[in-house]
Design a protein around this ligand. Sequence first.
Ligand code: ASP
Length: 444
Amino acid sequence: MEKKKIKVVKFGGSSLADANQFEKVGAIIRADESRRYVVPSAPGRRFSNDTKVTDMLYACYDLAEQGVDFSQALQNIKDRYDAIIRGLGIRDFSLDEEFRVIHENFSNKIGRDYAASRGEYLNGKVMSAYLGFPFVDAAEVVKFDENGEFDAVLTDRTMGEKLRAMDYAVIPGFYGSKPDGSVKTFTRGGSDITGSIVAKAVHADLYENWTDVSGFLMADPRVIDNPVTISTITYREMRELSYMGATVLHEDAIFPLRKEGIPINVRNTNRPEDPGTMVVESTCSKPRYTITGIGGKKGFASITIEKAMMNAEIGFGRKVLQVIENEGMTFEHIPSGIDTFSVFVNQKEFEPHEQAIIAGLHRTVHPDLIELESDLALIAVVGRGMRRTRGTAGRIFSALAHAHVNVKMIDQGSSELNIIIGVENRDFETAIRAIYDIFVISQL
Ligand code: ASP
């Protein structure tokens, strides 16, 4: 007999911002009976300058902590849920008692994490009543240790035992509990992580992450008009791109699934007909273009150290990096030549340490010259398709030359999965457009 398919579906805040959005979500879940485990976020923004319920909860709790009357602020939050419940026409269901308990807990200053977690908790209650799926409190199944570190092993066991005995369930995202029972949240956007953990625990076939975009775009839409959607991306490619600023999924959502071979499908609640982006461990599927995507960030500085015969000096690179480390800083890239060694760092982070680092370098490696450059941008051209393709770097270079962009640095990762290009901040957009044109537009 064929095994029943299991999908875990996570819905982001904008997908659950009001009753109308909830209805779309209901239709998506009912359209496929393998969508059994539902992970909701808290209600998000209904329009662009609206406030997310999570932020309302933080603000409300701050009042409670200051000993100021927070009843109205809490009532405003309750109004958001009541509007959803009314709009959906859920009968014989009310959150009055829940809000009474929350009021009392806030008065007792129970903690900020508890406060923030109520957004997901209450939305889970509403979702459970709306769908008729049983509710499982995440505090029961998502475990942190006494230091607040997520306990992956205990969670997997506890959650697996609980959920595998249930055909359907709603598990609110974003939070869990510590051994003393107190609530602990993940970092912001953490419902994505809960979705991954649930998918792993129930051995899902697929983790669908529903949001308000139709997947990952090949480039930032603020730079490129209507960029193409990526149909399949590997975890590693996604990591390279998200590090360079493209964030759709929470970074930590990848780790629970990476080794499980469970793919993530990023979908759009407002356009359920779009296939979205598949995020997979690995794939034979040939990417449509040589590159999978382009990411990038502005605001870097470079420190270039020149010294004759540097290449023969044992420990040179280590000493340079030690100086950076001693200042408690990280570095982004270290392109090197025969007698030069450059370190790219975040400019804002670097500024307060600048003089200490220069002094440290003089003291430890006695360079002939130290040159600093600021206002640099890094662009990452990422793609598994580049691995076996000749001339990718050449094409990038000539596209940039045609666009009159001066390349400050180029660094091909040894995995051949990415090429990082350093340009001046002011050339950032032009450079991305030139690269997109050569690999995408000219191939359309
Ligand atoms: N509601 C939480 C936040 O706003 C978590 C999430 O939406 O994933 O960060």
